[in-house]
Design a binder for this molecule. Structure first.
Ligand code: PEP
Ligand code: MG
Length: 582
């Protein structure tokens, strides 16, 4: 296998695409900081003010560039960095220490900001760890600005940047040089560099541990952002192999774009509605351009993740109304805050076992003011009658009934105030916990629709943490228990007369899709750029053949058997797609 050669290193596929270019190994020279004693305190304080001012000016520049390139929402990372530099408590503490200790301001800045940083770095939450990298960026920026030096972020055009870690600021600045790809030692799928790379459509492989040591400046690289592979100084055979892949992908992508306005209907006439997931508001354009039939999941906790406090009703209303208007006449399924688990907000609480803790609807029922604020904002934005409400982490009928009561009380309040809204707004639940899966029929009688969240359902069913790379091999979407549970939810949900959808990652897996169609899924919601591919697959198969396929899968008792059954089907019936994934 060409992918198993010795000159290939493997990491996490963070942004899709295949590119070839020269490496630019980027190492930040960190200024030396020592604790020399100073004699002129006033001068030191002036130097501090000047360094902070220069740092703010730089960040404002990066911020405005980021707004143009990435949109307001994602650029907010840099606004947050500027806010830290405006924090009077931090600045006063630094000034007081300079006065008291008479040490060089660079030393005090380094020491004081490092304290915050190590607190965040030691956090178990990936979100906090990522923030600690932002703090490193700010610290180094101020220290560098004591010496009035500039970082050399200007590099030659069209290179692949290889580095230990990337800050979001680096990623945006490098984009000026039309960087072709990113390779980093650290980071995961949730790191900001990965998010920025995805939104800039620049392929990236992260989490490679020692790529910046193995790769030398000017090495020729190939990045495969689909599989997380980096080829160092490829031979002719490897170049030819990847060139062929690039050609195929380009040709396939242009073929797919033709399907944009088509429906996903099987060859024997069964429609599967294909919607898109929305994690950030600036994805609306992408969703419209890719021909999604509405939004099947809005992760509201992600939209507001940059805020220091819970957004108020007005701010939420603005976001939901804008979404409803832009996506109209298609529908938008707004999931109420799924706080907790790995989605801890900056002001969230720490728990020993967050995935089994204060998460989703549990948190909302204990914080009803917050829940009601969100429901009212959604209701006010529902005047076009295209908004649905989705409730996460449901485990009991009680939680559904009390949620209905709360929604009804919000409706009454709005009515009293004479505010217009959709009185028949549809309310559905995520089925992502085994207890809800077992009782799918009973739940279906209480709600208007069901959306299966496989990301969590698999982790809770198999007792495998979805974010832990040590046991990632045990996270098996084709485990017979998973397949049978999905069949149970879909069949029983329909007995309760509701439409059953899926918004977990499994819905966009080429191998899984024929099985899901055969199990009778009514709709799927996937990443916006994958909508055309999913439509193509649905349009390539018949419901009858996928039904037979799902029956074979349901009779198997091991994951290996199910997987090979599906691989065989995909190889035979979806030849081109199987070449990209297998
Ligand atoms: C899921 O659990 O499958 C899901 C869609 O929700 P999230 O990934 O936000 O937990
Ligand atoms: Mg979930």
């Amino acid at each position: 296998m060409i992918e198993d050669s010795l000159n290939i290193i493997k990491g996490i596929a963070a942004a899709p695409g295949i590119v070839m270019a020269e490496a630019h190994v980027f190492r930040k020279t960190i200024e030396e900081v020592n604790d020399e004693t100073i004699t002129n305190i006033d001068e030191a304080l002036e130097n501090l003010e000047a360094a902070i001012e220069r740092s703010k000016r730089e960040l404002r520049k990066i911020f405005s560039l980021a707004v143009d390139k990435l949109g307001q929402n994602r650029a907010a990372i840099f606004e947050a960095q500027i806010m830290i530099l405006d924090d009077p408590v931090l600045i006063e503490t630094i000034k007081n220490r300079i006065r008291k200790e008479a040490k060089s301001p660079a030393f005090i800045v380094n020491n004081e900001i490092s304290k915050y940083q190590s607190l965040m770095a030691s956090s178990k939450e990936p979100y906090m760890k990522e923030r600690s990298q932002d703090i490193e960026d700010i610290k180094n920026r101020i220290i560098r600005n004591f010496g009035k030096r500039r970082w050399k972020s200007r590099i030659e055009n069209h290179v692949i940047v290889v580095t230990e870690s990337l800050t979001p600021a680096d990623t945006v600045l490098f984009s000026r040089a039309n960087v072709k790809g990113y390779v980093t030692d650290t980071g995961g799928l949730t790191s900001h560099a990965a998010i920025v790379a995805r939104s800039l459509s620049v392929p990236a492989v992260v989490g490679l541990h020692d790529a910046s040591v193995k790769i030398q400046d000017k090495d020729f690289l190939i990045i495969d952002g689909y599989h997380g592979h980096v080829v160092i100084n490829p031979d002719e055979k490897q170049i030819a192999y990847y060139n062929k892949k690039i050609q195929k992908i380009n040709q396939y992508d242009s073929e797919l774009s033709v399907l944009k306005d088509e429906k996903a209907i099987t060859t024997d006439g069964r429609e599967v509605v294909v919607r898109a997931n929305l994690d950030l508001t600036d994805e609306i354009e992408l969703i419209l351009n890719n021909g999604a039939q509405g939004v099947g999941l809005v992760r509201t906790e992600q939209i507001f993740q940059d805020r220091e406090f819970f957004p108020d009703e007005e701010e939420q209303y603005g976001v939901y109304a804008d979404l409803a208007e832009k996506i109209y006449p298609e529908i938008v399924v707004i999931r109420v805050f799924d706080i907790g688990g790995d989605k801890v907000l900056p002001f969230g609480v720490k728990e020993p076992n967050p995935f089994l803790g204060w998460r989703g609807i549990r948190f909302l029922l204990d914080n009803q003011e917050l829940f009601k604020t969100q429901i009212k904002a959604i209701l006010r934005a529902s005047v076009h009658k295209n908004l649905y409400i989705l409730i996460p982490m449901i485990t009991s009928i009680y939680e559904v009934r009390i949620s209905h009561e709360i929604i009804n009380s919000c409706k009454s309040e709005l009515e009293k105030e004479g505010i217009n809204f959709d009185r028949d707004i549809k309310v559905g639940i995520m089925i992502e916990v085994p207890s809800a899966a077992v009782m799918a029929k009973d739940f279906a009688k209480e709600v208007d629709f069901i959306s299966i969240g496989t990301n969590d359902l698999i982790q809770y069913l198999l007792a495998v943490d979805r974010g832990n790379e040590i046991i990632s091999a045990q996270y098996k979407e084709f485990h017979p228990a998973v397949v049978r549970t999905l069949a149970h939810i879909i069949t029983n949900g329909k007995m309760g007369d509701v439409r059953v959808s899926m918004c977990g990652e499994m819905a966009s897996d080429v191998l899984a899709l024929p099985l899901l169609i055969g199990l009778g899924l009514d709709s799927v919601s996937v990443a916006p750029s994958l909508v055309p591919l999913i439509k193509k697959i649905v349009r390539s198969v018949s419901f009858e053949e996928t039904k037979a396929l799902s029956e074979v899968c349901l009779s198997k008792v091991t994951e290996a058997e199910i997987k090979s059954t599906l691989e065989e089907f995909v190889k035979k019936r979806l030849k081109v797609e199987s070449e990209n994934i297998l």
